[in-house]
Design a protein around this ligand. Sequence first.
Ligand code: ADE
Ligand code: ZN
Length: 319
Amino acid sequence: MTLPKVELHLHLEGAAPPAFIRRLAQEKHVDLAGVFDAAGNYVFTDFWQFLKVYEAACTVLQTPEDFHRLTLAVLEQSSQQGVVYSEAFLSPDFCGGGDLGAWREYLHAMQEAAAMAEARHGITLRGIVTCIRHFGPDRARATARCAAETAGDFITGFGIAGDETAGHPRDFTYAFDMAREAGLRLTAHAGEWGGPQSVRDALEHLRVERIGHGVRAIEDAKLVAELAARDIVLEVCPGSNVALGVFPDWAAHPIARLADAGVKVTVSTDDPPFFHTSLRAEYDQLSRTFGWDDAMLRALNLTAANAAFCDDATRQKLL
Ligand code: ADE
Ligand code: ZN
């Protein structure tokens, strides 16, 4: 199927092909012991180890030029999956440690690469600046400042990723208020490792319009009804959830039950090389597991296009 795809939930560093990270490690003489298995794939046994491996891989990304190369590589990979519009989580914590001056340089490099990829492959990128929950509220404020100061046509959103079991959404209210006041659209990872209350807390304290994952809302029928009634959009990443053990297999994944209950669901890959997935593989699994046909997959993309953090002229091209 040649469906033009809209992807709303992709971590830029998490989309780095292992060979790309290995090459940079060689160039910079960085020892990445424990990051790869014998076959050269990222290796981890649970979510918390995944976060450690992820952060170790990021240590080879040291300059704006590295992020320029990464952005080009990731967008080429996405365009090969038929993606025409992508929103990537960009983390100032990995781009100069949250320093605003450094962030501007990294951002310039990523934006330049995005323009090149758009000209070469016809893929449009928008950035969601993302704080990392387990790095704490102080670093989140510095991240929100980076986001607020660079909000515009390219940086259109603000979010939070990382360890959902660390801290509480109320600790991040200040950062999210700053981002909202700068005109940024908001999303938060919740309902991946936390249950329904974690989703409720993100909605109440961070006042987000989209939830990253959100799938454990299925444990609470009242919350599911509320998500549907409030048109909260879920950025669902089923392959990620299965790879990390949130659900034992695809058949147990609640995406179809959420959609049947009227919740607006979209489909993304999260960190595709870590989870041995791609957007095509996700769509194929949805068809195989839940019988979703082309019309359903088109409807998913329409939901994603309508929920995208972009201006209306950009959105019109996706509809
Ligand atoms: N950062 C990258 N992938 C993530 C995930 N699945 N959950 C939380 N933070 C992440
Ligand atoms: Zn994610």
